[in-house]
Design a protein around this ligand. Structure first.
Ligand SMILES: Cc1cc2nc3c(=O)[nH]c(=O)nc-3n(C[C@H](O)[C@H](O)[C@H](O)COP(=O)(O)OP(=O)(O)OC[C@H]3O[C@@H](n4cnc5c(N)ncnc54)[C@H](O)[C@@H]3O)c2cc1C
Length: 471
């Protein structure tokens, strides 16, 4: 193990999910670790992403439940939202998790270096701290984990006034009466869901011909239908050609003959770019692709001894888009730590990474969509089970949505796609099944507790195994 105050086995630049997971695993494996962070440990996910959005979504869902409690025979009044308290509830969750991570840094004896880091060469990260410059040398490897930022559009930038993005949306002083959201993918849809629950008029603009374009086409369609039923408006296949703040709101111009829209606020959800500029990566000779650090399946960059993980990277030899997800960043961090310890590391199977859209209703999926399975050459069979047939789903509020399972004919389950109540919790079972390449006939033998939402997944396996029960 390396020692000396500024020499470590591993130096990690960025303490988001990727960086801190790498640090903790490397420490567990006996390495000395320096973890450099200019803001707060936990990164985007904890402070500006997954956690605060899900706290808001929970409060939003509660508001709707109260609004509809009369359907269950519970009579209440129209819920009053104290937005300030909603924000402090969200901050409370974040702060509790933040303290937990700070404790883990101490427990793992990771050297936490607060300041702006920069890659000086393949073995050195320099950090501008409150006390001056510090140079950290890595004996085994440097890990770049500097994450991503919310993109703007060329003609309009988020400023926290009339124009928001996820960063500003999480700290906004109020809920607007109306909002136009540019981008119909998961961040745009989650905020659309929150705004609508809290009473805003919401319009989502999407350039493609469907929302949630990475999902199975049937799921996208159902999600749109459900969100429309909640009063969210969608304009698909439209391109925003210009946008700007007006005296009392925003104006958004659409290309062609699609006209102009106005609202109190504009929300940009147009993707996340890599945080790689000005950090010395290019100067150190690291190959970049549109700013993303190019890595191989072992997360090695083009410079020997320098690794990169998380939202920052694009993976050479992987055909799909590298998923910008917290659990992907963590997994990659763990894998790099294990590789640095000399372990044989199995590459990440990106196809079988579960993902969730926490809108209301939720979407969760793992594995191949029906179309992707066909494109990959499989002879595909599918089964779909509606939550409307499931007692538990009906009692929870109407039984909207379904589970759709995609399998190879006489072969393994290839993908499971859920839109409906608590999809985020249901997907874990599917995750095990697709990752273990189980066949429907094998998993159809396993019975689900009744009455639960998980029975919907079981019903699709029963159907695919040729013995449908309620389907
Ligand atoms: C609104 C929103 C909701 C999301 N919801 C989910 C979700 O529900 N589930 C999910 O899986 N993912 C979600 N994500 C994505 C998730 O947040 C990211 O995939 C994850 O944070 C990536 O982790 P990372 O470690 O690669 O980068 P980050 O979390 O971005 O961490 C990078 C860290 O590096 C630090 N850093 C950067 N440059 C320097 C420097 N020069 N010196 C020192 N430190 C530096 C940054 O301050 C930051 O803390 C969401 C994202 C957003 C924006």
């Amino acid at each position: 193990m390396a020692n000396g105050s500024d020499s470590f086995d591993v130096v990690i630049l960025g303490a988001g999910n990727g960086g801190y997971a790498c640090a903790f695993r490397a420490a567990e494996l006996g390495m000395s670790v320096a973890l450099v962070e200019r803001d707060k440990i936990g990164g985007t996910c904890l402070h500006r992403g997954c956690i605060p959005t899900k706290a808001l979504l929970h409060a939003a869902e509660l508001t709707d439940e109260i609004r509809h409690s009369g359907d269950f025979g519970i009579l209440t009044q129209e819920p009053q939202v104290d937005w300030g308290k909603v924000l402090s509830f969200k901050e409370g969750v974040v702060s509790q998790m933040h303290k937990g991570l700070q404790g883990l840094v101490r427990r793992h004896k990771v050297t936490y270096v607060e300041g702006d880091g920069r890659l000086a060469d393949s073995r050195t990260v320099t950090v501008t701290t409150g006390d001056g410059e510090r140079s950290l040398r890595a004996e085994r490897g440097v890990v770049l984990a500097s994450g991503s930022y919310a993109r703007d559009l060329p003609f309009i930038q988020a400023d926290g006034k009339r124009v928001h993005n996820s960063l500003y949306g999480l700290q906004a002083e109020d809920i607007p009466s109306s909002v136009i959201i540019i981008g119909g993918n998961y961040i745009g849809l989650e905020f659309a869901s929150v705004y609508r629950s809290f009473g805003a008029e919401v319009t989502v603009l999407e350039m493609l011909d469907r929302i949630a374009p990475a999902e199975d086409a049937d799921v996208s369609k159902q999600l749109q239908r459900s969100l429309e039923a909640r009063g969210i408006d969608f304009r698909l296949g439209v391109e925003v050609s210009d946008a700007g703040a007006t005296e009392d709101g925003v104006e958004v111009r659409l290309g062609g003959d699609d006209g102009t829209l106005t609202a109190e606020r504009l929300f940009l959800a147009v993707g996340r770019g890599p945080n790689s500029e000005g950090l010395g990566y290019e100067e150190a000779g690291i190959e970049l692709d549109r700013g993303f650090v190019v890595v191989d399946k072992g997360f090695r960059t083009s410079v020997d001894g320098v690794y990169a993980i998380g939202d920052l990277v694009t993976v050479r030899d992987y055909d799909g888009v590298h998923p910008q997800l917290a659990h992907v960043a963590s997994l990659e961090g763990i894998k790099v730590a294990e590789a640095l310890a000399g372990e044989d590391v199995v590459p990440v199977d990106y196809v079988n990474i579960p993902h969730v859209i926490y809108s209301q209703p939720e979407v969760a999926a793992v594995g191949l969509t029906e179309q992707a399975a066909k494109d990959a050459g499989y002879d595909v069979v599918t089964a779909r089970y509606s939550f409307a047939h499931l007692a538990r789903a009906v009692m929870l509020g109407g039984g909207e949505g379904f589970v759709k399972t995609v399998a190879a004919r006489d072969g393994a389950v290839l993908g499971v796609h859920i839109v409906g109540p608590r999809a985020s919790d249901l997907i874990s079972e599917a995750m095990l099944i697709t990752n273990w390449e189980a066949w429907p006939s094998e998993v159809a033998e396993i019975i689900h507790p009744h009455p639960t939402l998980s029975e919907a997944i079981g019903e699709t396996f029963l159907s695919l195994a040729g013995k449908p029960l309620h389907g």
